[in-house]
Design a protein around this ligand. Structure first.
Ligand SMILES: [Zn+2]
Length: 457
């Protein structure tokens, strides 16, 4: 009896081990199956390391960015569309990691757990992907950058659709340069990086919107606050300077004139903890979700900052870094009463027999915490910047709100920034423009923003 039951137990243990193995295999297949199938060694999908039988990729206005025909991957016939959408589409070899070709490789191949590469076997091609991009806005943004490095992003702050996502330098998928010069300072520096999603720049005065949010919350007498700018502010360890003497101002006028001394004075009065806390609640230090990728984390670290450092940090200098897509979403949150839509660029995925397998969900970007009344006040101040600072004629018929930044950097001319949004009901769009080493923001970022917004209005 004893040996029989021992054998029974041993058999039972074997059976259990077998089923455990099967379960692990099934879980692994669910988890990794798509990735295994999409590996470049699979000859059905790749030829010479390139996607050849994948589905097509469309813009929101019906342009075909990429499609596969006769075993070849073909791109738009419009060169400027190829150049301006490269980073959102991605290259077929997967060097651009945040592009559709890399992030949605399994979907483009039509991978299914049940049937393996089922749509490919059945139809000879994968699923089609429809992006939210507007081809005209992308081309105009690319043209407005006029060869300068930088990024332009526009998105609908009510729905989250990204209409324009341009990163320069770029290259032509139909004519990829053989020897791209990608070292620092060269023509193709960081060419595989999507600067909108993954770039980090000194923000300069666009950061004053964060300092303004902090002042609205922590300075109860802000409405009656007055300051006289004498062109420089003496702190214990050195000077915060303005380009000129701005004279006597209230807070709104200090924001309109982008007075460094006034913002440094306010920040020193509030202290490092308050400014850091405000930045954190506006998603500094957090990666924002964008489809299957995330933005780079904007950085404000005042751990070792003295008053001089804090004064400059309040003006977006010191060691502050900002991601352009994050700044765009922050503008969206201010525009939309404190809650911004989460940005995305893939609208839907459709199989060859027209079955919808994915549809974008409109979600709220919850990493930004902004109360409605504070958002309203910030929107009024940003509107005042355009009316009383840059001039409505800089943005004809757009009801634009915004803030420029001319961010001083160690190497070369300042980065030129514009962050803003339209208050027109029929144009719920937020925009970010960064022109690397572009010089004055008013002359170099504002015109880019206006041209792109006009194209969409
Ligand atoms: Zn000043």
């Amino acid at each position: 009896m004893r040996s029989t039951s021992r054998r029974a137990y041993a058999l039972l243990a074997l059976i259990l081990a077998f089923f455990a193995g099967v379960i692990i295999l099934v879980i692994s297949l669910f988890d990794k199956g798509g990735i295994w199938t999409a590996k470049r060694v699979n000859a059905h999908l790749y030829s010479g390391g390139q996607i050849v039988n994948a589905g097509a990729v469309y813009t929101a206005d019906g342009e075909i960015l990429a499609q596969s025909q006769d075993g070849k991957r073909l791109y738009s016939k419009d060169k400027n569309l190829r150049l301006s959408t490269l980073h959102t589409l991605g290259d077929a070899s997967g060097f651009i990691s945040s592009g559709t070709h890399s992030l949605y490789r399994e979907e483009l191949f039509g991978y299914s757990f049940i049937n393996g590469i089922y749509t490919l076997k059945e139809h000879g091609k994968g699923n089609d992907i429809y992006l939210t991009l507007n081809s005209k806005a992308c081309k105009i943004a690319y043209g407005a950058l006029n060869g300068r490095k930088g990024a332009v992003g526009v998105y609908n702050y009510k729905t989250g659709e990204i209409l324009c996502a341009v990163s320069n330098p770029t290259f032509d998928l139909n004519n990829k340069p053989k020897n791209m010069r990608m070292e620092k300072g060269e023509a193709h520096e960081g060419v595989y990086l999507n600067r909108l999603f993954s770039g980090l720049y000194t923000p300069g005065s666009v950061f004053k919107t964060v300092t303004a949010a902090c002042a609205i919350e922590n300075m109860p007498a802000l409405d009656s606050w007055r300051y006289e700018c004498k062109g420089q502010l003496q702190t214990g360890l050195g000077l915060v300077k303005c380009p000129s003497k701005h004279g006597k101002m209230n807070f709104e006028q200090a924001f309109n004139k982008s007075c460094n001394c006034a913002f440094a004075e306010l920040a020193i009065e509030m202290g490092t903890e308050m400014l850091e806390g405000q930045a954190k609640s506006l998603a500094f230090g957090q990666a924002l979700k964008i489809d299957k990728t995330t933005s780079a984390k904007s950085i404000l670290n005042l751990q070792t900052a003295n008053d001089l450092d804090l004064g400059w940090a309040a003006c977006g200098q010191y060691t502050v870094l900002a991601n352009p897509a994050h700044m765009m979403v922050l503008m969206g949150a201010i525009a939309n009463g404190g809650s911004a839509a989460r940005p995305y660029f893939v609208e839907k995925i459709v199989t060859p027999n027209k079955i919808l397998t994915y549809k974008a969900i409109h979600a709220t970007e919850d990493s930004i915490e902004l109360e409605a009344d504070k958002a309203g006040k910030l929107a009024d101040f940003l509107r005042s910047n355009v009316v009383n600072g840059y001039g409505n004629s800089s943005f004809p018929n757009l009801n634009m709100c915004g803030k420029t930044g001319t961010a001083e950097v160690e190497d070369g001319k300042p980065h030129a920034w514009f962050t803003g949004f339209s208050q027109r009901d029929d144009l719920p769009l937020a925009i970010v423009v960064v022109v690397e080493n572009g010089g004055s923001a008013f002359y170099n970022a504002v015109p880019v923003a206006n041209r792109v917004m006009q194209a969409l209005s």
